[in-house]
Design a protein around this ligand. Structure first.
Ligand code: ATP
Ligand code: MG
Length: 444
């Protein structure tokens, strides 16, 4: 007969249980588990593991709770305007600790052809610690993996700022500081925007404003245009009440180097506006892009369409040419008509070939003001001479006498500028060299 295993004493169990089932079970459990060294050790370990896991979770939950209660995050995506402002602000902020910097280089080509380069060291991707008004902030600049902003080809980025909950009001103050810094850097400057994919991006560093007086147009022209633009800018209510789109188009036409572009830049400076430049002869500008760009012009900007006649070579965008075909005439008209904005919209167009323009473009609503900016008149020659050689009235007369004798009619103001710049401090040498103006292509 098989005997019960010795280690389990069933009699004892029965006694202890007083015959009840629970008593039997509990004393059985005690007997099997507690008195068994293997079970006891395993159970202990299990309890310990469970305890630790629960504790860990508790700590994690607790820290998450604390994090939520005590810290705040602010995320600035690279799409946002304040993104660049913030990076620039941070690069100048004194109380910061960062070991990763990245460089942003801007190259500016000046009117005289000189090129200057600016390096600004901005915080690179990674974590940085800054102190702002007594509070610590953790700045984390992150690239989001392989995702590319398809429109600009740059990686998507975000900057996340973390600080204590009680300091959250500092975010606002800091962003305001960053914005003010950006505005201050642009004070007295004109920002030039160019198209970058379907969006407008500042081109190089903001330029110093060009003074209106530095562009010498024929008598009264500049004054009339400025007055017209000013009148337009103060007539918002008038347009809105009559339901007329609040926009005005200007066309400056004339030979190369007569000061069209320079005048528009000076005008923008005078009005405290920025300029969005679009070159319609640019190859990869399509109708769609043009339309999009014209409907997303930054505030307080003049839209400048250069070489507007370039759109007139083609009436349609053929499929084979596709991407590289440039803007079509109908595309330009649609874009001009489609600009629907509550803000004012000032469009300046320039061309060297007004005769190529289709009358459809010139109808009011698209072009409301046309003006010829021609080669230099005697009035301009005199004013330019005296601007370069102040007070030299006599020499100016001498210069003009020679100029008249040569019967020069097709001298551009750019040519005159070239001659005067070459003879910066020597008006007599300029007089000697008047003949050179006969050849418009001469390079000094
Ligand atoms: N009327 C002017 N007064 C002062 N400077 C002028 C004038 N015209 C031209 N210039 C000078 O000549 C250069 C070229 O001028 P700008 O680019 O304005 O000419 P433009 O009329 O736009 O020529 P294009 O038709 O080829 O675009 C500039 O450096 C500018 O300073
Ligand atoms: Mg020009």
């Amino acid at each position: 007969m098989a005997q019960a295993p010795q280690s389990i004493d069933f009699d004892k169990i029965r006694k202890a249980s007083d015959g009840s089932i629970t008593g039997m079970l509990s004393s059985g459990f005690n007997e099997i588990v507690m008195n068994n060294p293997y079970f006891a050790a395993g159970g202990g370990l299990m309890l310990l593991g469970t305890g630790l896991a629960v504790a860990r979770q508790g700590v994690m939950k607790g820290s998450g709770f604390l994090y939520r209660q005590m810290l705040v995050d602010l995320e600035i995506p690279s799409k946002d305007k304040s993104y660049l402002w913030f990076l620039e602000w941070m690069s100048r902020h004194k109380h910061r600790r960062s070991r990763h910097l990245s460089v942003e280089t801007s190259v500016v080509t000046h009117d005289n052809g000189a090129i200057t380069t600016n390096f600004s060291l901005v915080p690179g991707p990674g974590k940085h610690l800054i102190r702002y008004k007594g509070a610590f902030m953790l700045v984390n600049r992150e690239r989001s993996g392989k995702m590319l902003d398809m429109t600009s080809g740059t990686p998507f980025e975000t900057v996340t700022l973390t600080t204590l909950y009680r300091d959250r009001h500092l975010f606002n103050e800091m962003l305001r500081d960053a914005k003010n810094l950006a505005i201050k850097a642009n004070e007295g400057k004109t920002v030039i925007f160019t198209s970058w994919g379907p969006e407008w991006r500042p081109f190089g560093q903001p330029r110093s404003k060009r003074l209106l007086g530095s562009v010498i147009l024929d008598q009264g022209i500049a004054e009339d245009v400025v007055e017209d633009v000013r009148d337009f800018l103060t007539s918002g209510d008038w347009y809105h009440k009559r339901g007329i789109p609040y926009r005005r188009g200007y066309l400056l036409y004339g030979p190369p180097g007569s000061g069209k572009t320079s005048f528009i830049q000076a005008l923008a400076g005078e009005l405290d506006y920025n300029i969005c430049i679009l070159n319609l002869s640019e190859n990869n500008l399509t109708d769609d892009r043009l339309n999009h760009l014209m409907n997303h012009i930054p505030n307080r900007s003049i839209l400048l369409l250069e070489d507007v006649d370039a759109a007139f070579n083609k009436r349609e965008q053929s499929a084979e040419q596709g991407y590289t075909s440039g803007v079509t005439f109908s595309g330009l008209l649609n874009a001009l008509d489609g600009v629907a904005s509550a803000e004012e919209c000032i469009t300046f167009m320039t061309t060297n070939h007004p005769e190529r323009l289709d009358p459809a473009l010139l109808r009011p609503g698209r072009v409301d003001y046309k003006v010829l900016i021609d080669n230099a008149t005697e009035y301009q020659v005199r004013r330019m001479f005296l601007r370069f050689y102040e007070g030299e009235e006599e020499l100016c007369n001498e210069f003009l006498a020679k100029y008249r004798k040569l019967a020069l009619h097709h001298v551009s103001t750019a040519q005159l500028q070239g001659l005067f710049v070459y003879n910066k401090r020597d008006p007599k040498a300029a007089i000697e060299m008047v003949e050179t103006l006969q050849n418009p292509n001469i390079a000094f």
